[in-house]
Design a protein around this ligand. Sequence first.
Ligand SMILES: [Fe+2]
Ligand SMILES: [Fe+2]
Length: 204
Amino acid sequence: MSEILSEHTRNILGLQLPTDPRWVNLAEIQLEEILTDHAYCEQKAALTCISLIQKNSDKELLVEELSPIVTEEWGHFRMVLAELKKRSLKLGRPRKDIYVNKLLQFQKKDGSPAERFLDQMLLMALIEARSCERFKRLSEGMEDVYMRSFYRKFMESEAGHYTLFITLAEHYIDKKTVRKRWAAWLEYEKELMCSEEVRGDRIH
Ligand SMILES: [Fe+2]
Ligand SMILES: [Fe+2]
């Protein structure tokens, strides 16, 4: 875990710990598993955006901005599904999402509605940021040139989503509060990443 993120990448993602370089090699030899996991990540992203719209129907900008993201994430799911089919690989079962479950534990359970909303936005921003970093890794480190460009498309898209969730947080909550809580989330995620074993059968 000694590799340091370049200043540029750190600025984009804010993440405190880069992915272990060994992860790309592990992922590449377990393509069916990684594509299956990726497919469900995209599906969950679409579902979560629908649920956020339902829970925050009073927030006009959020509804307007997240509606097209649902379509986009579902489009990603279909792209991964098509890739599996093309390679005669099967969509397996969804797995238990340890990473997301552990992140959920950091949400303020007894916070005010504003605090809970902020955590929802930052949780999503964090998942998007880490996914983006992982897709970047795949797009730069895989042997297969086609797969590199396949993941590059996802990387660019998730970078936009990460930014959107931060922007939405700052639209409804004052910037200073957002920054402070974001720093706490980043710290928590760093600890989480340090404690997880490196596995090539999952995106995170
Ligand atoms: Fe996506
Ligand atoms: Fe996304």
